[in-house]
Design a binder for this molecule. Structure first.
Ligand SMILES: CC(C)(COP(=O)(O)OP(=O)(O)OC[C@H]1O[C@@H](n2cnc3c(N)ncnc32)[C@H](O)[C@@H]1OP(=O)(O)O)[C@@H](O)C(=O)NCCC(=O)NCCS
Length: 428
């Protein structure tokens, strides 16, 4: 049997070190023993942006980017999208197994009991300009929740943690819809606990004077599937923010505000908006060859194509593409779809994209569906944050209960000056 170790020779000293390999990784702290002399701090690894560093062990989400595989707790995303509901997937992500019937009923009931927000949260949202970006309102409102539930800081207590998880899952759609209605200058609509998770959200978003609001079942299902597809994606920028901030043992509302802030950035949660803008700019199928030519000469990107992890078709893009037909059957065809389909057809045959393994990602089609559901572009990152709440919370729970985790505190390679003599102001 080959030994599960790595031998490193330090050519500065000629010394060799044998380091254990566990799950295909070496522990960075094992490098510390590599020293030139006793004064030396010891070897570190340098990895800006964590391109090849695992920051945790996890049992939540599996991605094989080369083969286009995404699984939550071992279940393929396509099976969950086809057969499950968002709240069932949320339970799966949080607790690691599919719920039994009564467990799902209890989970659903508990979440729907926590959809209301304190009246002062409404006043808080009222304080924003109507032109405020809804994601800015949501990030702030999530942080504000921590002041309403001071017991949430007892992060070592599993029952306290569970209650905050339920509260956050219950309240996120409410905060999201209230942010939208504030932007529009519309009155707030209370949650309706008789409706499904997605149905209630649509009601809070769009109900006007109707006594009862029922969304179209096909649209409600499409939204639920989009929620499933966005629920978690392992150690991305916002999950990493959730874990890093949560590792200080701050309450989960404050940690989640940081995660949502990370998602607000255009490199993370903003790509579907960029896809829509690109499709609108192309304007017609006949302009596609010219556009592709420009992309190939480096004049721009084909937005919604390419992914840091997926070097194959993003499995979520496939599911959304199929679902688009059901949505457009109800809402009428989004004219941008023809441009998107033709772009994809051409790009998948073009050597430039094939050679670089550039395939459609989740954002290529999701914006068109949100648009068909009458969700404004500004709301897209919020639409991402609603389902990702459970991913953040599952990552947080795993981090808090992991004995190996401590406060996240990276090292640096210091390249600045040392021991400078202070120069008084009049001598500078
Ligand atoms: C997602 C993304 C940031 C991944 O980047 P990455 O893994 O760092 O890949 P790189 O930027 O190193 O790209 C590798 C090559 O493909 C090219 N490329 C990557 N994405 C491209 C795109 N969308 N359109 C055209 N060319 C692209 C790069 O120019 C580079 O070409 P080169 O080797 O000739 O220099 C990148 O593909 C991108 O910007 N895509 C568009 C934005 C998007 O859809 N983001 C949502 C992600 S969910």
């Amino acid at each position: 049997m080959a030994k599960e170790t790595l031998t490193i020779t330090d050519n500065r000293t000629g010394k060799a070190y044998e380091i254990p390999i566990t799950h295909g990784t070496v522990n960075a702290i094992d490098l510390r023993q590599i020293k030139v002399d006793a004064e030396d701090f010891g070897m570190m690894s340098y990895d800006p942006a964590f391109k090849n560093t695992a920051s945790c062990t996890s049992r939540i989400t599996y991605i094989d980017g080369d083969r286009g595989i995404l699984e939550y707790r071992g279940y393929p995303i396509a099976d969950l999208a086809e057969q499950s509901t968002f709240l069932e997937v949320a339970y799966l992500l949080m607790y690691g197994r599919l719920p039994k019937k009564d467990e799902l009923a209890g989970w659903t009931r508990d979440i729907s009991m926590h959809t209301l927000v304190h009246e002062n949260i409404k006043k808080f949202i009222d304080g924003f300009q109507h032109s405020a970006h809804p994601m800015g309102m949501v990030v702030s409102a999530v942080a504000a929740l921590s002041t309403f539930y001071p017991e949430a800081k007892n992060v070592a207590d599993p029952a306290v943690r569970r209650l905050q998880v339920i509260r956050l899952l219950g309240k996120m759609p409410t905060l999201a819809a209230y942010a939208h209605r504030h932007s529009m200058g519309w009155h707030y609509v209370h949650p309706d606990n008789e409706l499904s998770y997605a149905g209630n959200f649509l009601s809070m978003m769009f109900r006007m004077t109707e006594r009862e609001y029922h969304s179209n079942p096909a649209l409600e299902r499409a939204l639920d599937v989009l929620f499933i597809l966005h629920a978690d994606h392992e150690q991305n920028c916002s999950a990493n923010a959730m874990r890093a901030v949560g590792s200080s043992h701050v309450d989960p509302y404050s940690a989640m505000a940081a995660a949502a802030a990370a998602l607000y950035g255009p490199l993370h949660g903003g790509a579907n908006e960029a896809v829509l803008r690109m499709l609108e700019q192309i304007g017609s199928v006949k302009n596609i060859p010219d556009f592709i030519k420009k992309v190939k000469t480096g004049e721009g990107l084909l937005m919604g194509f390419g992914h840091r992890i997926y070097k194959n078709y993003d499995p979520r893009a496939n599911i959304i593409k199929r679902m688009a037909d059901n949505v457009f059957e109800v809402t009428g065809r989004n004219p941008l779809l023809d441009i998107a389909l033709e772009l994809e057809r051409i790009a998948l045959q073009d050597e430039y994209f094939v050679k670089r393994k550039l395939y459609p990602n989740v954002d290529f089609y999701s914006g068109m569906i949100y648009q068909a559901l009458r969700i404004p572009t500004d709301m897209f990152p919020v639409m991402f944050a609603i389902p990702r709440t459970v991913g953040w919370l599952a990552q947080w729970e795993e981090m808090i209960t992991d004995q190996e985790q401590k406060i996240a505190r990276p090292r640096q390679v210091y390249l600045g000056g040392r021991g400078e003599a202070y120069v008084p102001m009049n001598k500078r």
